[in-house]
Design a protein around this ligand. Structure first.
Ligand SMILES: NC(=O)c1ccc[n+]([C@@H]2O[C@H](COP(=O)([O-])OP(=O)(O)OC[C@H]3O[C@@H](n4cnc5c(N)ncnc54)[C@H](O)[C@@H]3O)[C@@H](O)[C@H]2O)c1
Length: 257
């Protein structure tokens, strides 16, 4: 078990098909106390998540759910203080929350741009800032932000230029955190998935486009949520104790650079 007793906050964890949920499941398997956070989280979802994890892992997983809109700084502060009240500490944050819209540049209205930036980039900033207050006091802690290959290759798969730019911002933000907070013993890294079979693809990729993308991937398949979860597990565990400011590509070889 790589995370025995560790308090892990996973944000963007409401969908049983999503990367956040897969990460929660894998972390629970490794003994973590999981805090599943999402803007849509409610009691029924938490219960579904726990039932699903317990069934797959044969464990009585230690898991709670909290609602949070990460675009609001006060919501992020509230979640962090609720976790501290309950567990007394926080060991890691995985931020997998985001919104996507597939639009060409000229179709992007001001409001589309603001929504994507407010959740994907400002939300990542808000969450990191809230948790870094705790990590700085502890002089310990790990952050993993989930960005996207869209940030590295200039979009063109799922999501428009606003999505790609927001994820590029997440890359730079995370690297800056790694540099500024490294001396305090805090690590921060990014995972860049490519097309992954989750609800995020619904309505954003046609069957034809999906096949075309798969054809160009050396490993000849789309990513699975658990593939991304595995990289997150590595990055929050002590296996990566000397890794910070890194970008881990989980893309089947589709973007080798
Ligand atoms: N699926 C893909 O092909 C793919 C590819 C590259 C990167 N990613 C990234 O992976 C991450 C996980 O995406 P996913 O594929 O699991 O999709 P998903 O839609 O299942 O997960 C995103 C979650 O973020 C939550 N969310 C949205 N706005 C929020 C807010 N304001 N506050 C809190 N939570 C909010 C949603 O409710 C949802 O549960 C995202 O950051 C996404 O950009 C996904």
């Amino acid at each position: 078990m790589l995370l025995k007793g560790k308090v892990c906050i996973i944000v963007g964890a409401a969908s049983l098909r999503g990367i956040g949920y897969a990460t929660a499941e894998l972390f629970a398997e490794h003994g973590a106390k999981v805090v599943a956070v999402d803007v849509t989280m409610n009691d029924q979802m938490v219960s579904e998540i726990k039932t699903s994890i317990d069934k797959k892992t044969n464990l009585d997983a230690d898991i709670i759910g909290l609602r949070c809109d990460i675009s609001k700084a006060e919501d992020c502060d509230r979640v962090i203080s609720e976790v501290i009240t309950r567990y007394g500490t926080i060991d890691c944050l995985v931020n997998s929350a985001a919104v996507v819209k597939s639009q060409s540049l000229m179709e992007i209205e001001q409001n589309d741009f603001d929504v994507i930036m407010n959740v994907n980039l400002k939300g990542a900033f808000n969450l990191c800032r809230s948790v870094l207050k705790v990590f700085s006091e502890r002089k310990n802690g790990v952050i993993v932000n989930v960005a996207s290959v869209a940030a590295q290759r200039g979009g063109g798969l799922v999501g428009g230029a606003h999505y790609a730019a927001s994820k590029g911002g997440v890359l730079s933000l995370t690297r800056s955190i790694a540099r500024e907070f490294g001396p305090l013993g805090i690590r921060a890294n990014v995972v860049c998935p490519s097309m992954t079979e989750t609800g995020m693809l619904d309505g954003n990729v046609s069957d034809e486009k999906f096949k075309e993308i798969i054809d160009a991937i050396p490993l000849k398949r789309a990513g699975k949520a658990r593939d991304i979860a595995g990289a997150c597990l590595f990055l929050v565990s002590d296996l990566s104790a000397y890794v910070t400011g890194a970008t881990v590509d989980v893309n089947g070889g589709s973007h080798i650079h």
